[in-house]
Design a binder for this molecule. Structure first.
Ligand code: GBH
Length: 488
């Protein structure tokens, strides 16, 4: 890409790729690691599309030197990865032993990144809860216990790595943890009211209990960081939320209102705090996070859920409010929003990619929920910045090419549809920064490698690097090469 000033990223911009521990590490029983809730869950027949699990994944626990070398070849400035809680504390709890080999692994990894001039950007929790905590007290369902255990685990990480790690994310996408893990039951621990899917669970109450625990656990970890570490470690800490841009399906009053409703919620939020979630996306996914920014759940959510939505005590609120230093944004697509529907997990709003005239919003990905519509990305960035005036860290953004897994490697690496996607989103990013003046400070395409795509198994590939799971050999795709050029 021609590097005219307006097409360049700011000097200190953090640019790199993202991954998560369970999706890449494998080595589930190596060096004292305890199980996470995904280990056994992925092995239950029917839980992953291809019946495969995370035992090996991209073998990155063993191949980390090779991974760092490839990241250096790509020339990334930063790398977003997550720490596996059950490698650090195999049984997870505050009175359980700490595993020095787990600490050592991430120490080595962080040192190697820094030797290559790559800034570590660390997620403390990307969905891999220690199995022992789930078995012991119900994991995220037990607010009192999980807050203390998560805060303790976080403290152990700040203490061990905070001299070198200056960018922390507490939780990845709490909406997914609560709704997909305890509502729809498609992610571990797979609880749901649907008895075909799960022998226990209650989809109408548990997601909101879990959401509440997540918010509080996040906030307590931030408190620990700010009080005990930030004064001498000088890093930043926040949460990252999933949320896509949403446009009214058509110009009918009720559909405009569906989008506007969300805007109103967000405006209320920004009056009180310097930052908040995207209004339109908040309607769907971020509402759970309002308390972090606003200090209360949105009225619409309270109306919808009544006393199924837990209340915060005033002591809890004091910890929760303002507990994110920046806006962490994972975004993939744009939806057309229509009023109605009975899905509480979507705020009683219905989403589609099919316009009223029958055309599609953009090219379709392998996964049903994803189409390529870069203009929505620019709009979302602008919306967040105009309303909340807080720095935005784009911590995930990516595309899974339809049918890529069925192609021979030589074809799969020519991932034109992914290049198209990133050409669009990086142009939108540059335009938002250089033309619209949006304060975006990081961009992490998902993902560095093809990897274990949760309930999709290995069938859906999001990598900018192809992984041959037979040999574990890595092959940079055209999209990876494209992204290097944009960054320079
Ligand atoms: C990210 O989530 C994850 O952080 C990452 O681990 C993952 O590999 C990556 O996406 C690619 O999927 O609402 O029932 O239709 C992105 C947000 C939210 C997108 C859930 C898919 C589908 C479930 N995801 N959504 S549903």
């Amino acid at each position: 890409m021609a590097a005219s000033p307006s097409s360049k990223l700011p000097n200190n911009f953090l640019w790199g790729f993202a991954t998560a521990s369970f999706q890449i590490e494998g080595s589930w029983d190596v060096d004292g690691r305890g199980k996470s809730i995904w280990d056994d869950f992925a092995k239950i027949p029917g839980k992953t599309l291809d019946g495969r699990n995370g035992d090996v994944a991209t073998d990155s626990y063993k191949r980390w030197r090779e991974d760092v070398a490839l990241l250096a070849d790509y020339g990334v400035k930063a790398y977003r990865f997550s720490i596996s809680w059950s490698r650090i504390i195999p049984l997870g709890g505050r009175n359980d032993p700490i595993n020095p080999l787990g600490i050592q692994h991430y120490n080595n990894f962080i040192d190697a990144l820094l030797e290559h001039g790559i800034t570590p950007f660390v997620t403390l929790y990307h969905w891999d809860l220690p199995q022992a905590l789930h078995d012991r007290y119900g994991g995220w369902l037990n607010k009192e216990e999980i807050i203390k255990d998560y805060a303790h685990y976080s403290r152990v990480c700040f203490e061990a790595f905070g001299d070198r790690v200056k960018h922390w994310l507490t939780l990845n996408e709490p909406w997914c943890v609560a709704i997909l893990g305890y509502g729809r039951g498609v992610f571990a621990p797979g609880r749901s009211s649907d008895r075909v899917r799960s022998p226990e669970g209650n989809s109408s109450t548990e997601p909101w209990i879990v959401g509440h625990s997540l918010i509080l656990a996040h906030a307590h970890a931030v408190k620990v960081y700010r009080e005990e570490f930030k004064p001498h470690q000088h890093g930043e800490i926040g949460i990252t939320l999933n949320g896509d841009w949403e446009m009214p399906y058509d110009d009918s009053p009720e559909n405009i209102e569906a989008a506007q409703h969300a805007l109103d919620v967000a405006i209320g939020v920004c009056r009180i705090l310097p930052y908040a979630a995207s209004c339109s996306s908040m309607f769907r996914r971020y509402r759970l996070m309002d308390p972090i920014y606003l200090g209360r759940y949105p009225a619409h959510m309270r109306e919808m859920l009544g006393d199924r939505l837990p209340e915060f005590t005033s002591e809890e609120l004091a910890v929760v409010k303002g507990s994110s230093d920046f806006y962490g944004m994972n975004t993939y697509t744009t939806n057309l929003a229509r009023a109605g529907g009975d899905d509480e997990f979507q705020g009683l709003v219905d989403y589609t990619f099919t316009r009223p005239d029958g055309t599609q919003l953009g090219p379709q990905a392998e996964c049903a929920w994803l189409q390529d519509y870069p203009n929505g990305f620019r709009q979302l960035l602008n919306y967040l910045w105009k309303r909340y005036k807080t720095p935005i860290f784009v911590t995930e953004n990516g595309f899974a090419v339809k049918g890529e897994n069925n192609l021979p490697i030589s074809e799969a690496v020519k991932d034109d549809a992914r290049v198209h996607y990133f050409r669009g989103t990086t142009a939108a990013l540059l335009a938002a920064i250089n033309e619209d003046g949006v304060d975006v400070r990081a961009y992490f395409p998902w993902s560095f490698l093809d990897n274990f795509e949760w309930a999709d198994g290995y069938k859906t590939r999001f990598g900018v690097t192809y992984v041959d799971y037979e040999t574990q050999k890595r092959y940079p795709k055209d999209s990876g090469k494209f992204l290097i050029n944009v960054s320079i």
